[in-house]
Design a protein around this ligand. Structure first.
Ligand SMILES: Nc1ncnc2c1ncn2[C@@H]1O[C@H](COP(=O)(O)OP(=O)(O)O)[C@@H](O)[C@H]1O
Ligand SMILES: [Mg+2]
Ligand SMILES: [Zn+2]
Length: 324
């Protein structure tokens, strides 16, 4: 697991604030209650003192220790019962002065013993969705919403697409550092973006930092970083393309290729390969076209190191339109 560092820092800090707030709220309620009820204030003073009595009893030796302890505990219980009765009389719940934590398991610390609490994991996953660059795609494109029916017309195509589906689903389930890099090739509308989004979702849910980007947007970010032009305020720090656990580079080949974009692409691929960080490339280009369009060292990185999945069939977007 390698949660996005920025998200992790932010969420850890938010938990610390939440935890403190609950604690302060408990103190505030305690003061309020003591002002309303001097009897409860008196009981709380006595209860606080029993802690010291227990410590003192523990210093004693032999049989007298157990007796003393039992005695203190009995007194303690009686005080608690009286306190609860008084609270009820005043119309307060019995736990009114306990810190109102949001999570009963980790008390808003984010951890149970040394294990991350489910509530914090959920927050991290939601934040990871947000910082994945996937946006709206995430809503509709998943393994569950991927239908094999669109490839049913041709048995060979259908078999190929079933294999792609299964391979990508298993890939997402087994994803970890050092997983294969993949290249999804094929014409427009065959489900490349859909299935790579599905992979992203699942890999994010499993705790990894995933970044999805279109090729054009990615090169614009590099341009912005270098020349101060491009997407302006929306620009993403290019380091994100190297740092994430899984990079999904969609529509490679739709950008205007030049020396600058070539050196950016090479830098990303080379760094990611050296760091054993997998990449998924989606493209309409064939292997031949990749060789023709990019420099030799880029083409050899992709064609030599990426596991190819060929997408076949008839444009699903068009099939959906004609069905309507
Ligand atoms: N097998 C499928 N089942 C359901 N919807 C699909 C399927 N394949 C593609 N789509 C949908 O068709 C549209 C085009 O698919 P997309 O993944 O964008 O194609 P590509 O990236 O290969 O050009 C998207 O809206 C996608 O959700
Ligand atoms: Mg696409
Ligand atoms: Zn929790």
């Amino acid at each position: 697991m390698a949660y996005n560092k920025e998200n992790y820092r932010r969420i850890r800090a938010a938990y610390q604030t939440k935890y403190l707030k609950a604690y302060e709220e408990a103190e505030r309620r305690m003061e309020e209650l003591h002002q309303k009820s001097p009897a409860i204030a008196e009981i709380d003073r006595k209860l606080a003192a029993t802690g010291a009595e227990i410590a003192l009893a523990a210093l004693g030796t032999g049989g007298s220790y157990r007796e003393k302890l039992a005695e203190v505990e009995k007194k303690n219980r009686a005080l608690q019962e009286k306190r609860e009765a008084l609270l009820e009389e005043l119309g307060y719940p019995a736990d009114y002065t306990l810190p109102p934590y949001e999570c009963p398991y980790c008390h808003d610390s984010g951890f149970v013993d040394t294990k991350m609490c489910e509530c914090m994991r959920r927050e991290l996953v939601l934040a990871a969705y947000d910082s994945s660059g996937l946006g709206e795609l995430m809503r509709t494109q998943s393994f569950e919403t991927f239908s094999p029916d669109y490839y049913a017309a041709d048995p060979a195509e259908s078999a190929t697409m079933r294999k792609n589906f299964e391979l990508l689903r298993d890939y997402a389930e087994g994803f970890g550092p050092g997983a294969d890099s993949l290249i999804l090739c094929g014409a427009t509308g065959l489900g490349k973006t859909h299935l790579s989004t599905a992979v992203a979702r699942r890999v994010i849910e499993r705790g990894y930092d995933v970044y999805y980007t279109g090729a054009i947007a990615m090169f614009a970010d590099f341009e912005h970083a270098r020349f101060g032009t491009g997407l302006g305020e929306q620009a993403v720090d290019p380091a994100r393309y190297v740092d994430c656990d899984l990079l999904i580079l969609d529509d490679l080949g739709t950008e205007v290729t030049n020396q600058f974009t070539n050196s950016c692409l090479y830098m990303i691929l080379d760094n990611r390969i050296n760091l054993h960080r997998p990449t998924i490339i989606n493209t309409n280009l064939t292997g031949k076209e990749i060789k023709a369009r990019y420099t030799d060292r880029i083409a050899s990185r992709i064609l030599g190191g990426f596991n190819p999945l060929l997408f076949t069939g008839t444009d699903v977007r068009r099939q959906k339109l004609t069905k309507k």
